[in-house]
Design a protein. Sequence first.
Length: 328
Amino acid sequence: MHDLIIVGGGPAGLSAALAARRYQLDCLILERGVIGETVYHFPIARPLFSTSNEVELEAGALPQDRKPTREEVLAHYTRLVIREQLDVHTGEAVEAITCIGEGFAVRTPAQVYHSRAVLVATGGFGRQRKLDVAGECPERVSYQFSEAHPFATKRVLVAGGGNSAAEAALFLLDAGAHVTLAIRRCALDAPSSMNAAKIKPWVRQPLERAQAAGRLDIFTSSEVVEILPVSALLQVAEAGTPRLVHVPCEHIFALIGADPDVRLLEEAGAEIAADGRPVYSDEFETTLPGLFVAGHLTRELHMKKAIEVGSVVVKYITERLLEPVAVL
Ligand SMILES: Cc1cc2nc3c(=O)[nH]c(=O)nc-3n(C[C@H](O)[C@H](O)[C@H](O)COP(=O)(O)OP(=O)(O)OC[C@H]3O[C@@H](n4cnc5c(N)ncnc54)[C@H](O)[C@@H]3O)c2cc1C
């Protein structure tokens, strides 16, 4: 029987695991992909939006004079896992969590593990939003952007009004692609109807310059309504009158966000709120005692908070559920 099983090896899960190590808990981390799987899918060799102090798990581990790259963050997380000998099983997805007496059974395809408490930190990207239009298929549409080079000289449509879409459009432009950006907002700096953050000024301004120089087409108040073999059909409602526009494109990036997958929690018996995220207390305990949540799965959307909460939750779990021990 483990003291704690953490589901998910992202910033929240890893921060919690480091805290568990300090509290001398017997802790197992189950990660369906690689260490920091979500960060692994960030654009290759690009700086993050955040500064080092917001994403590092140990103060001063990342460059302090500039924003860290995806590679630096991944190397930092991995080095810590190895140095602290965290028990991380990568490539092992949790399929079910069942409350049994005083603890939990956690099932993966490999084994059933037992623990006194479970922390679910599976992130906010479990269910990718799709365009839901005719012609949408994996050959034509990608939902994550990691690299621009394969699209050099190609015509690419980027659909999405958030920072990820805006940044992808910029990287594709830099790599020599012919880019069209289609956003639902009425302007790049307008608030979004999908709760996405406003586009950061350091991403928006170069996009506006590229548009002014005729290197980028931007359709505002627009929506993809059909995907055809070498184009996409947009419905554009600029100035209130809808019109259909054919945008020639070899590929489409639909970077329109994602929602957390809460099925593990729901099937375990934890209550899910109307916004599709779990109900939890100030201590991040779900309605099922002993089952906790942290990170992007909750209403904390950024890495800084995911990291802060991960360790706070473990302190609470240790004090509430387990025998207090001397902290290392
Ligand atoms: C392109 C892009 C850029 C971003 N840039 C920034 C940035 O600069 N700064 C910032 O603060 N935020 C950024 N974000 C948001 C950031 O990714 C999240 O805030 C952060 O990853 C949340 O950490 P987390 O540990 O809660 O979740 P995640 O990092 O998503 O980790 C969840 C982990 O759980 C694993 N998992 C899921 N289901 C299971 C299962 N059933 N069994 C086992 N494991 C499972 C996943 O594989 C994943 O590794 C960005 C997001 C994107 C898409």
